[in-house]
Design a protein around this ligand. Structure first.
Ligand code: SF4
Length: 247
C-alpha cells in the first residue's frame, strides 16, 4: 500500500474510532491524533514478514492501527471496519469473543448493540467495566460475512494479533465468550457446556469460558449458568458482586 493512502486510511480510522468512543462515553476526546505519517512510512510496502516484525514491536495503539489496515486474510475484502478491541492494559479481565458482528463492523468497536449492552451489564454485576479494568477483543478482528464462524485459516492468520494483545494487556484472567472462542483458545473441539463452570489455564493465565451474550439473548434460561461463571470469576479476582445482577 502507498504511504499516503496508508496514512490517510490510518487517520480516517482513528477519527472514526475516536468519535465512536466519544459517543459511547459521552465525554469529549482528550487524545491527540498520533503521527500517522511517519508510522505509515515505516509500514508502507512492507513484505508480510516485516509486517509481522512491526506487530512484534507495536504498542497497543500501534497494534490497533496495524489491524485496521491488515489484509492478511480474505475477511479484509468484505469488512467495513476491522475491530481491534478496546479497553485498558494491565486489565483485570480480558474478554475474548468470536468475531465482530454487523454493528461492530459498522462502528469499528467491539460488542456494541444488544449483545454489547448485555455484556456491559454482566461486567457491571461483578464490578468490571470496559472503561476501567477490562480489555475486550475477538479471535478474528474482521466480520465473517453473514456472521458465519471464522474459518480455521482466518483464525490462524489473525492469531498473532490476539497473542500480542494478551502479551501487552497482561490480564489477571481471561473470559472467553462462546464455543468458538473457547475452542480456539483451548485448542479443542468441545461443547460449551464441557468447557464452562471451571477454570482453565492459557499461558499460565486463569481462563473461564461462558456463553456468548447473543446466545443468552436467544435463550434466557442460560442466564443462571452465566451468572454462576461470573460469580466464580469474581470470587477468584476478589471482585465485589453488585446487588442488581446483570444476567
Ligand atoms: S481477520 Fe485478522 S488477519 Fe484477517 S484481515 Fe482482519 S485483521 Fe487481518
Amino acid at each position: 500500500m502507498e504511504h499516503d493512502t496508508l496514512s490517510d486510511l490510518l487517520q480516517a480510522h482513528w477519527l472514526l474510532y475516536d468519535q465512536v468512543e466519544q459517543f459511547i462515553s459521552g465525554e469529549e476526546s482528550k487524545e491527540q491524533m498520533p503521527d500517522f505519517s511517519s508510522f505509515a512510512e515505516s509500514l508502507a510496502e512492507k513484505p508480510a514478514d516485516e509486517f509481522r516484525e512491526s506487530v512484534d514491536k507495536a504498542n497497543i495503539s500501534q497494534l490497533a492501527s496495524l489491524i485496521r489496515v491488515c489484509e492478511l486474510c480474505p475477511l479484509s475484502q468484505t469488512r467495513l471496519n476491522a475491530v481491534p478491541g478496546m479497553g485498558v492494559i494491565n486489565a483485570k479481565v480480558m474478554i475474548i469473543g468470536e468475531g465482530p458482528g454487523e454493528w461492530e463492523d459498522k462502528s469499528g468497536v467491539p460488542f456494541v448493540g444488544r449483545a454489547g449492552k448485555f455484556l456491559d451489564a454482566w461486567l457491571q454485576s461483578i464490578s468490571l467495566s470496559r472503561d476501567e479494568n477490562v480489555f475486550i477483543t475477538n479471535i478474528v478482528k474482521c466480520r465473517p460475512p453473514g456472521n458465519r464462524n471464522p474459518k480455521p485459516e482466518e483464525e490462524a492468520a489473525c492469531e498473532m494479533y490476539l497473542d500480542k494483545q494478551i502479551s501487552l494487556v497482561k490480564p489477571e484472567a481471561i473470559l472467553c465468550l462462546g464455543k468458538v472462542a473457547g475452542n480456539h483458545i483451548l485448542q479443542r473441539q468441545g461443547t460449551l457446556s464441557s468447557m464452562r463452570g471451571t477454570f482453565h489455564q492459557y499461558r499460565s493465565i486463569p481462563l473461564v469460558v461462558t456463553y456468548h451474550p447473543a446466545a443468552v439473548l436467544r435463550n434466557m434460561s442460560l442466564r443462571r449458568d452465566v451468572w454462576n461463571d461470573l460469580k466464580m470469576l469474581a470470587a477468584f479476582l476478589k471482585l465485589p458482586l453488585v446487588t442488581k445482577r446483570g444476567t
